[in-house]
Design a protein around this ligand. Sequence first.
Ligand SMILES: [Zn+2]
Length: 62
Amino acid sequence: MAELACKNCRFINVDTNICRNCGSTDLTKEWYGYVVIVDPEKSEIAKRLEIKIPGKYALRVG
Ligand SMILES: [Zn+2]
């Protein structure tokens, strides 16, 4: 099971080459730490990162 973080929005995708959050194909396995966004509508972090769907997001990519 490969967990790949999107370089564009940092969403952590499992077993896919296309980001489920933003549609980017620029994914990397080089990422460190993560936050779990449960409710993007109410999260300040989510607004700052332009997160639209709940899930795991990498804190650092690359
Ligand atoms: Zn993305």
